[in-house]
Design a binder for this molecule. Structure first.
Ligand code: NAD
Ligand code: UD1
Length: 342
């Protein structure tokens, strides 16, 4: 039996493919490479000594999906494929709803017709909007995401819950990621963002490597430890391992299951900058700047539900997140050689 991983050439997907291959599972990746490089999977193969199957194709393409489900014995699907840039989603909402919402619908229709009912979905803490309280547990009411990207994740969560209610054969995990950072400890695979990064840690690491001049710290008057925004940063390898635990759980539990994947600890922007300086041995120039529209002050997970039900907790601390990010960034200052950004 084979596991289908959509978006498996991307940042979180490639780390997850590596962990599944390492446990002996057979993996087939479906990715259209719109935001990734096939080199990531070549490196996963050389790190694990096992080569994942690969189909370059689109999750919205029903014919590709039908052929894939006919040709392979798929036991379950881990669905990463989608678009994730918040600012771009405001400029191109149709593209985000098409890839993220319509893509998931097409995938689920093809799965049902093929008799495959086990699905792990990449959701986001963004579905909580401005949280009613921190830490955020899974019972915290959903908020109003401030952009089409966030709304697309919330919509898919509702659709998948309706689907599982309609048919007891479905077993679906909604994994709400907090802020994924870091890279595999080998430094061979990592995050390779398009153009100027939107997210904090890729921005800091590109300043450290000399690609960008300085970090703008968005807001210094939040009610936090030092006035800057606080987030729950989670090492991408811990996040990947959360998918293995969730898929195992689905073997014995149908219905929809929601888990926060975070560490339970928040760090401020300035704490992140100083921790990265310690890891790379360089000074990171920064300037205090106005708040970024749509940002919240602080957000971190209550991760106890995943600990209790999945036996999963994040193991890698902030120092390791920073050291692994730096190993990847300094060894690959321009990312993958065949990335679509080059
Ligand atoms: P990524 O862009 O690195 O990976 C997504 C992959 O999906 C890419 O390889 C891309 O080429 C592929 N893809 C996109 N649209 C596709 C389509 N229509 N058909 C086939 N392939 C397609 O992003 P990532 O950071 O690895 O994120 C993976 C998932 O996790 C996404 O769904 C994202 O929304 C979600 N997520 C990410 C974060 C984060 O901070 N990185 C946080 C919360 C949730
Ligand atoms: C952002 C998205 C969120 C998405 C997540 C995916 C917004 C409003 N939110 O989350 O929907 O799910 O990415 O990765 O875009 N910061 C700076 N300078 C920078 C970049 C960021 O100070 O150059 C600060 C931010 O203000 C924030 C923290 O760093 O306080 C983290 O920002 P970021 O990495 O963009 O993640 P989120 O905003 O949490």
């Amino acid at each position: 039996m084979t596991l289908l991983i959509t978006g498996g050439a991307g940042y979180i997907g490639s780390h997850t493919v590596l962990e599944f291959l390492s446990t002996g599972r057979d993996v087939l990746v479906l990715d259209n490479l719109c935001n990734s490089a096939q080199e990531s999977l070549a490196r996963v193969a050389s790190l694990t000594g096992r080569t994942p199957g690969f189909i370059q194709g689109d999750v919205r393409d029903r014919a590709t999906l039908d052929a894939l489900f006919t040709q392979h014995q798929i036991e379950g699907v881990v669905h990463f494929a989608g678009l994730k840039a918040v600012g771009e989603s405001v400029r191109q909402p149709l593209s985000y709803y098409d890839n993220n919402v319509a893509g998931t619908l097409t995938l689920c229709q093809a799965m049902a017709d093929a008799g495959v009912f086990r699905l792990v979905f990449s959701s986001s803490a963004t579905v909580y909007g401005t949280p009613a309280h921190v830490p955020i547990d899974e019972n915290c009411p959903l908020g109003q995401p401030t952009n089409p990207y966030g709304r697309s994740k919330a919509m898919v969560e509702h659709i998948l819950q309706d689907l599982a209610t309609s048919d007891p054969r479905w077993a679906i995990a909604l994994l709400r990621y907090f802020n994924p950072v870091g890279a595999h400890a080998s430094g061979q695979i990592g995050e390779d963002p398009h153009g100027i990064p939107n997210n904090l840690l890729p921005y800091i690491s590109q300043v450290a490597v000399g690609r960008l001049p300085q970090v703008s710290v968005f807001g210094s008057d939040y009610p936090t430890v030092d006035g800057t925004g606080v987030r729950d940063y989670i090492h991408v390898v811990d996040l990947a391992l959360g998918h293995l635990a969730a898929l195992d759980y689905l073997q014995a539990h149908s219905g929809t299951h929601i888990w926060n994947l975070g560490t339970g600890t928040g760090y401020s922007v300035l704490q992140m900058i100083h921790a990265f300086e310690a890891a790379c041995g360089r000074t990171i120039p920064y300037q205090l700047a106005p708040r970024r529209p749509g940002d919240i002050a602080a957000c971190w997970a209550d991760a106890q539900k995943a600990a209790q039900e999945l036996g999963w907790t994040a193991q890698r601390d902030l120092a390791q997140m920073m050291a692994d990010t730096w190993r990847w960034q300094s060894g690959n200052p321009n990312g993958y050689p065949d990335s679509p950004t080059k």
